[in-house]
Design a protein around this ligand. Structure first.
Ligand SMILES: Cc1cc2nc3c(=O)[nH]c(=O)nc-3n(C[C@H](O)[C@H](O)[C@H](O)COP(=O)(O)OP(=O)(O)OC[C@H]3O[C@@H](n4cnc5c(N)ncnc54)[C@H](O)[C@@H]3O)c2cc1C
Length: 369
C-alpha cells in the first residue's frame, strides 16, 4: 500500500473515492479527483512487463491529456507519431482517413505499457494512493463501499469508480447490467523489430476488410509491428485462426497488410486473443458509484477511440462525483444518461461504418448489415 487514504485500528483503509483499475480511465478519474482535494486510492494489479494491445492514440486525446496536466510528459516519452489511418474498406483501393489535417495534428503509435505506466505514475505523484491487487468483492454498507481485494485487504470508501475494463465486474456487483452488442474478438500478433531494420518511415495504421472480418496493423515505436485479425468468437474455430501458421497464411491473402509486413518472414510464435466487442454498462452510474472507460462503454477497435473515451469519461465522472459529494442531487444519474447517449450514438456510427463494406454476404458481415 502507498500514498493517500487513512488506516483504521482494524487495519481497514479508508478513502473518499476508491478507483478500481489503474488504466487510462481510472488514472484520469483519480488525477482529477486528487487535484480537487479528494482522498483517492487506486486498486490495480502490478502489471507484468511486455506489450499491451491498444496503441493508436487519436489526436483528440491532446486536449484531454492537457487538462490532466500530462501532455508534455506523454509527448516527450518516445511514442511514435501517427499521421493517420488508411483503409481498404468497401473496395480494394486504399483510402485515407487521415488525422493530420484535423485541428490537433498527429496522433501517436504508443508504447501502450509505457503510456499506461506514465498515467498511473502521474496519478500517484498527484497524491492518489495505490493498493497493488485486484478488487474481488464490493458491498454497500451504510452509504459507504466496502471493497475486498484478492489479498484479503478491506478498504472503505464513500464513492466507487469501476475502471476495470470491459468485464465491469464492480459495476455489475453494484447493480449495472452489461449490454453486449456483438462478440468481436482480436487475434493479435507482435512482429518483432526485423534485423537490420531500416527506420520505419510509414507512420499510419492500416485496416483491410476480408470475407470473415478485418485486419489491422500499425508500427510500434520500437520498430515492432502489431497485426490483428478481427472476427467473431464463433468464427475463429472454423477459420483455425488461433494457429499462427493459418493466421499468417490468411494475412498473406490481404494484399495491403501483406505489403506492410513483407519484411517479416514468418508468424509470431504466440498469438493473443482479446475480447473486442461493443458493450455498455446499464446504467453506468448509481448511488455512490460510476463506471468509466471500457467498463462504461466498450467500443469496437475499428473506431480507434477507446483510450480517448477512457480519458474523457474519467474526467467527466470525476466532476459528477465531486458534485455528488457536494450534495448536488442527480449528478450521477446525469452522468449515466450521458454515457447511454454517447454509446447509442457510437452504435449508430458503427453500423454505418460496417454497412460501407458490401462485398461479402458472409456471417460476419450479415450480422453487421
Ligand atoms: C484488440 C483491441 C485493440 C484496441 N486498439 C485500440 C487503439 O488502437 N486505440 C484506442 O484508442 N483504443 C484501442 N482499444 C481500446 C482501448 O484499449 C481501451 O478502450 C482502453 O484501454 C480502455 O481503458 P480503461 O482504462 O477503461 O481499461 P483498461 O485499459 O482495460 O484498464 C483496466 C485496468 O483495470 C485493471 N483491472 C482489471 N480488473 C481489475 C480488478 N478486478 N481490480 C483492480 N484492477 C483491475 C487492469 O489491470 C487494468 O490496469 C483496443 C481494444 C482492443 C480489445
Amino acid at each position: 500500500m502507498s500514498g493517500s487514504g487513512s488506516t483504521s485500528g482494524a487495519g481497514t483503509r479508508h478513502c473518499d473515492v476508491l478507483v478500481a483499475g489503474g488504466g487510462p480511465a481510472g488514472c484520469a478519474a483519480a488525477l482529477s479527483l486528487v487535484r480537487a482535494g479528494a482522498e483517492v486510492v487506486i486498486v490495480t494489479p502490478v502489471v507484468s512487463p511486455g506489450w499491451r494491445v491498444g496503441e493508436s492514440l487519436a489526436p483528440t486525446a491532446r486536449p484531454l491529456l492537457q487538462r490532466l496536466g500530462v501532455l508534455d510528459r506523454i509527448a516527450a516519452d518516445g511514442h511514435a507519431p501517427c499521421h493517420g489511418n488508411l483503409a481498404a474498406w468497401g473496395e480494394d483501393a486504399l483510402s485515407v482517413a487521415g488525422c493530420q489535417f484535423g485541428p490537433y495534428g498527429d496522433g501517436w503509435h504508443l508504447d501502450r505499457a509505457r503510456f499506461d505506466a506514465a498515467l498511473l505514475q502521474a496519478a500517484l505523484a498527484g497524491g492518489a494512493g495505490r493498493h497493488a491487487g485486484r478488487v474481488r468483492s464490493v458491498r454497500r454498507q451504510q452509504d459507504r463501499w466496502q471493497v475486498t481485494t484478492d489479498d484479503g485487504s478491506v478498504l472503505r470508501a464513500g464513492h466507487l469508480v469501476d475502471a476495470t475494463g470491459r468485464a465491469a465486474r464492480p459495476a455489475r456487483r453494484a447493480g449495472a447490467g452489461l449490454v453486449r452488442s456483438d462478440h468481436l474478438i482480436a487475434v493479435a500478433g507482435l512482429l518483432g523489430a526485423p534485423r537490420a531494420a531500416a527506420a520505419e518511415l510509414e507512420r499510419t495504421s492500416l485496416v483491410e476488410s476480408t470475407p470473415w472480418g478485418w485486419w489491422y496493423t500499425a508500427p510500434l515505436p520500437g520498430g515492432e509491428r502489431i497485426v490483428m485479425a478481427m472476427t467473431d468468437a464463433d468464427l475463429v474455430t472454423d477459420l483455425h485462426l488461433l494457429d499462427p501458421g493459418v493466421w499468417w497464411a490468411q494475412m498473406q491473402l490481404a494484399g495491403h497488410i501483406r505489403d506492410r509486413t513483407a519484411r517479416w518472414e514468418g508468424p509470431p510464435r504466440r498469438l493473443r486473443v482479446l475480447a473486442a466487442g461493443s458493450a455498455c454498462a446499464s446504467p453506468a452510474a448509481g448511488p455512490g458509484w460510476v463506471a468509466v472507460g471500457d467498463a462504461a462503454t466498450a467500443t469496437d477497435p475499428l473506431a480507434a477511440r477507446g483510450i480517448v473515451t477512457a480519458l474523457a469519461t474519467g474526467l467527466v465522472a470525476a466532476r459528477a462525483i465531486l458534485a455528488d459529494r457536494a450534495g448536488e442531487t442527480g449528478a450521477l444519474d446525469a452522468y449515466a444518461r450521458r454515457i447511454a447517449a454517447v454509446h447509442a450514438e457510437y452504435l449508430n456510427a458503427r453500423t454505418a461504418q460496417y454497412r460501407r463494406e458490401q462485398r461479402w454476404d458472409t456471417p460476419f458481415w450479415r450480422r453487421r448489415h
